[in-house]
Design a protein around this ligand. Structure first.
Ligand SMILES: Cc1cc2nc3c(=O)[nH]c(=O)nc-3n(C[C@H](O)[C@H](O)[C@H](O)COP(=O)(O)OP(=O)(O)OC[C@H]3O[C@@H](n4cnc5c(N)ncnc54)[C@H](O)[C@@H]3O)c2cc1C
Length: 511
């Protein structure tokens, strides 16, 4: 149809994955258009206003912030990283046990070691193991400039060489879950802290990653939050000549002779193109938009076997307070005396609280935005309730918000009288606004079984069709899906016989 460089590409979804691949393809001369069902960019990376509070519905920590580390270039080629005020916290989190004893997960590895050793000297041996593991991986810089699929033998050898010193530890700590590690600890406070702050059933190897990133200042919080990051990504895409059609839900991917040819929108409009990329929900892409007609072994493994499990679902309870919370640690996990019933699969005996006082745009001066994310494992219940009994759905959200506020009152004092705003999102909310299957925060659980599984960039048997974003990879996260956008653009360039470029935008520097 067109010459190679002018090929027309339709991207489904203006989340960070879609904006990233669209931008990188624009840099390479493709003519891209994004169709997005909602009315703004960002997908899950979003913020919304309630009363005078700006709720960051996504970012607790953004990764890829250190110019010395491997993810940074993927962001930097798209947005002006230097113009953003990032906040780096002294600690990842603190955990308070049932007796009110506290463990601080310091960002600085030396302080973290001191904290553990001083609070749990009887566990010196296990603490040394954990800390030396963190120190060891702190030095690791695995090359990720290219997708695995495009690596030459030399590239692969380089990866193997870089990974070699870490392989034994990796294998070992992929086999041990955080719970298993915690069970070796004698000190009950440290044990509780590890069990609570690390996702228990996941490999210890994954659990320590946030501590490593924190120590390297590779992760922090962007003032302005998710809304700012998404609008910067949208701006970058526009500056590169991309076009976004909002309120344009794709209902069908049109195929002809086993090749994608375009999309049909819910409105009935048809748009043709040379290449279609699904950067939206992966399952819907395969089973709805393509009607389950194209599957290969990787797709079947992902969606029809028990190898991949979706992440645990949560509620997102935002509370606007007429009081300053900035003296509290940024993230606090704490035991609660009166467990809170969430749904028939979930009762919470602890809560995780994050406040946004480090971001002046989150709340008016002297006030605070706090967010809690209790699990809500029975996601289908929340979807059904919203669909079939809206008053009860609202009542249930209010019941949980009230129970949380009462709990916070007991722990911190002076909360209830200062609540100015509550907002509860459920898995049904995430599904409604982003169409993400099961309404979880990200896609898949990072487990031992999924480690090293290939990214499903395409489906064998269907030409001119690609996939990216959190469902195509083995997990989600903002820096990860932005990197995937770059990787997929490299793959498409290779398939089209074009030399890939990631030439930066002319950036508007901060005054
Ligand atoms: C509560 C919460 C907290 C999180 N915290 C963090 C964090 O602290 N740090 C971090 O790195 N990550 C975090 N994440 C994860 C991160 O937000 C996601 O992994 C990432 O944003 C996924 O991006 P994506 O582009 O792959 O998908 P999405 O953001 O889901 O984008 C897909 C887009 O496709 C659109 N779409 C869907 N179907 C269609 C259709 N048929 N037609 C047209 N458009 C369609 C959707 O509306 C959406 O805009 C969090 C997520 C949540 C929800």
């Amino acid at each position: 149809m067109n010459n190679k460089r002018n090929k027309k590409v339709i991207v489904i979804g203006a989340g960070l994955a879609g904006l990233s691949v669209g931008s990188y393809l624009q840099m390479n001369g493709f003519e891209t258009e994004i169709f997005e069902s909602y009315n703004k960019p960002g997908g899950l990376c979003t913020s919304w206003k309630r009363k005078n509070f700006n709720i960051d519905g996504c970012i607790h920590f953004m990764g890829g912030l250190s110019p010395d580390e491997v993810y940074y270039p993927f962001w930097d080629k798209l947005i002006d990283m230097k113009s953003i005020d990032f906040v780096f916290f002294d600690s990842h989190s603190v955990v308070d046990d049932k007796d009110g004893k506290r463990i601080i997960f310091y960002s600085d590895i030396n302080k973290l070691e001191q904290e553990f050793l001083s609070k749990a000297p009887e566990d010196t041996k296990q603490i040394k193991i954990l800390i030396s593991l963190i120190r060891k991986f702190n030095k690791a810089r695995f090359p990720i400039e290219k997708p695995y699929e495009l690596m030459s033998v030399t590239d692969k050898l380089k990866v193997a060489y870089t990974m070699f010193p870490y392989l034994r530890s990796m294998r070992k700590y992929l086999r041990i879950t955080s719970h298993e590690f915690a069970s070796r600890l004698k000190n009950p406070t440290l044990r509780y802290a590890i069990e609570t702050a690390f996702v228990g059933h996941l490999p210890l190897f994954y659990a320590i990653m946030p501590l490593i990133w924190r120590n390297k200042k590779d992760t922090g919080y962007p003032q302005g939050g998710a809304g700012l990051i998404s609008s910067m990504m949208e701006q970058s895409y526009y500056e590169l000549g991309g076009r976004i059609h909002y309120k344009s839900k794709v209902k069908k991917i049109i195929t002809e002779n086993d090749a994608a040819k375009g999309v049909e929108l819910e409105s009935g409009d048809i748009h043709s193109c040379d290449i279609v990329i699904n950067a939206a929900d992966g399952r819907a892409g395969i089973y709805d938009l393509l009607a389950g007609k194209y599957k290969d072994k990787n797709i079947i493994e992902r969606y029809e076997s028990d190898t991949f499990e979706t992440i645990n679902k949560t509620l997102y309870v935002a509370i606007g307070l007429n009081r300053d919370f900035s003296n509290e640690p940024r993230k606090i996990y704490f035991h609660i005396n009166k467990p809170i019933y969430i749904d028939k699969m979930t009762t919470m005996d602890h809560l995780e609280l994050t406040h946004y006082c480090a971001d002046p745009s989150s709340a008016p001066k002297g006030k605070s935005l706090i967010v809690l994310m209790p699990e809500a494992k029975d996601w289908e219940y929340w979807v059904d309730l919203r669909k079939n009994d809206r008053p009860k759905y609202r009542e249930e959200k209010q019941r949980i918000a009230d129970a949380i506020i009462a709990t916070l009152d007991e722990k911190f004092g002076n909360i209830k009288a200062n609540v100015e705003m509550t907002d509860v999102a459920t898995p049904a909310t995430y599904i409604r606004f982003t169409n993400n299957w099961t309404g979880g925060q990200i896609s898949w659980k990072a487990t031992k079984k999924t480690f090293g599984k290939p990214t499903t960039w395409n489906i064998k048997g269907l030409n001119n069709f690609y996939m990216t974003g959190q469902w195509a990879g083995t997990s989600g996260g903002l820096n990860n899906v932005v990197m995937m956008g770059n990787h997929l653009a490299q793959i498409i360039c290779k398939d089209e016989g074009i030399e890939f470029t990631d030439q930066s935008l002319k950036k508007t520097k901060k005054e």
